[in-house]
Design a protein around this ligand. Structure first.
Ligand code: ADP
Length: 198
């Protein structure tokens, strides 16, 4: 029996994560793998609460934000990720704890300390971590054409800060993909990495 893969996709808003997640699933299907996609925040109540905060409907302190993500991640791990891996189904996850580190980093809690809080929870670590690497300017340009509601982290200054926080905490094993390329080229690069694990 093949080992199921836990694949995490990280990147700033507009880097192409949700598009890549779908394309990666298609790719895995061509390798006869059964694959399921999830995102964080989840669609459980804990994730809906976070989305309300992201839309500016709920105010949360930095500590409350970090705690809300930890609670939602517990649901993500226990209800989405682990049950599928146990059934030998690959899991592709759009955003994980590296996003919490990058987005919630502040003078009060730096990215590294947020990472440590997550690691202490013993959440499963990804088998493959992809970072869709693109400049904040180009990513923001892409989201402008997207028809979605504005979120509190949408400004270019904030996106630049988030990008630099990601670069501080992503582990050495991260697979950086040039997300300024076409989705076809990105998938070609991902395929070269993926086949080493199949
Ligand atoms: P994210 O999930 O990271 O916020 P999306 O997958 O929603 O990003 O992509 C943001 C926008 O950019 C969408 O309109 C999408 O169709 C487009 N897009 C995604 N990947 C690419 C790419 N490689 N080249 C050009 N446009 C892209």
């Amino acid at each position: 029996m093949m080992k199921p893969l836990f694949i995490v996709i990280e990147g700033i808003d507009g880097s192409g994560k949700s598009t890549f997640t779908k394309n990666l699933r298609e790719l895995l299907i061509t390798f006869n793998r059964t694959t399921v996609c999830f995102a964080e925040p989840t669609s459980y109540d804990s994730g809906i609460y976070i989305r309300r905060f992201l839309k500016g409907e709920v105010m949360l302190s930095k500590k409350e934000q970090i705690d809300a993500f930890l609670v939602d991640r517990e649901n993500s791990v226990q209800k989405n990720i682990l049950p599928n891996l146990k059934q030998n189904i690959d899991v592709i996850l759009d955003r994980y704890y590296y996003s919490t580190c990058a987005y919630q980093a502040s003078d009060e809690f730096d990215a590294k300390s947020i990472l440590n809080l997550n690691l202490k929870k013993n959440f499963p670590s990804p088998d493959i971590l992809f970072f869709l690497d693109i400049s904040p300017e180009q990513a923001l340009e892409r989201t402008k054409t997207r028809n979605s509601e504005k979120e509190i982290f949408d400004s270019i200054e904030k996106q630049k800060q988030i990008y630099s926080e990601f670069k501080k905490i992503l582990p050495g094993s991260t697979n950086f993909l040039d997300a300024s390329l076409s989705q076809d080229s990105i998938i070609d690069e991902a395929k070269k990495i993926l086949i080493k694990f199949l």
